[in-house]
Design a protein around this ligand. Sequence first.
Ligand SMILES: Cc1ncc(COP(=O)(O)O)c(C=O)c1O
Length: 384
Amino acid sequence: MQTTYYFDHAATTPMHPAVAEEMLRIMQGTGGNPSSMHAYGRAAKQLIARARDTIAAAIGSKSAEIVFTSGGTEGDNMAIIGAIRAMARKGRRHIVTSAAEHHAVLHTCEWLVEEGFSVTVLPVDEYGRVSPKDVANAMTPETGLVTIMHANNEVGTLNQVLEIGWIVKDAGALFHVDAVQSFALTEYAMSESPIDLMTLSAHKINGPQGVGALYIANGTPFEPLAHGGSQERKRRAGTENVAGIAGFAKAVDICVNNRKEKQHLLEHLRKEWIDKLSRLEGVPIVVNGHPTDRLPHIANISFIGIDTETMLMNLDMEGIAAASGSACTSGALERSHVLRAMNLSEERLLSAVRFSFGLGNTMEELEGAAQKVATIAARIRTTV
Ligand SMILES: Cc1ncc(COP(=O)(O)O)c(C=O)c1O
């Protein structure tokens, strides 16, 4: 069955038609290697330079501080491994992170422990927030890096990254922020911020999959992961994904120009969705995540008494695409490490579903989708 309702924009977003058009235009051209000296190469290089300027302007950084990557996972890996290896040369081998980070951060930190680094994993509160005080208490003279996400991808809660960042600066460590989910909806002014490294991903903002960027502030100690070419000022070797990078920049352009309206629409959609589900009879729900310090497009909802997997399968059968939180990579549903870190009751943990809204969603869709949820809930209750 074709999906009628796509409510999984935190997993990935549909490409904006103007992005697809721009990429197609580039892919249908001759497409030189940006490192080549000839005219084709220079044209490709110029496309990358323009894209770099666009992304830098969008976050208030210098163009030279943007490194193109293959997306959020690579950006997180590069930032954490690249920064801590450089800081280790100064005797700083300790990392601080939180229990609610994306696996691209948590698994990288776990791997670094095997490599001889030490890691402190901070707890989060019932909304998924890291306490700046906890960060301050975790800092030691050996701390080289603190990595905390701006917005949580499962519940949408925002961390106080600026407050945390100044604490980290005072302790002489580097600060990395995973801004993959918040980027489209937040104004950043990197040149005035305490953030040294920040991860971005194109496919969460209606750009192409497999492209992203890592902001690395000028002067940040950093060791590259990839070797074998001088691309990206030797910070990431390899021939660039020219069409993808240009598509990313186009998506950023569209985002920046429509940020306020988008925010407003998403807030409306989320509120209306929660209101509609709250009014359904016999479907008790609890909303997870912070009520106000949050992204507008993610609604993490526990359908008390209905298992997440059962709900997701039924939603899928009715043409509604939602998620359990982080995208499922193993084929089997893993219980959310984020909700567990938030210390939610088992009944909330085992029944949570993430709905996330974005381009193409309308208020009109919500009524039909809510009716389907009511039908599903009634069906499940009569069969258990
Ligand atoms: C917070 C966060 N970080 C990192 C990633 C990984 O990004 P990508 O899919 O571009 O590798 C995601 C994707 O879900 C995310 O939500």
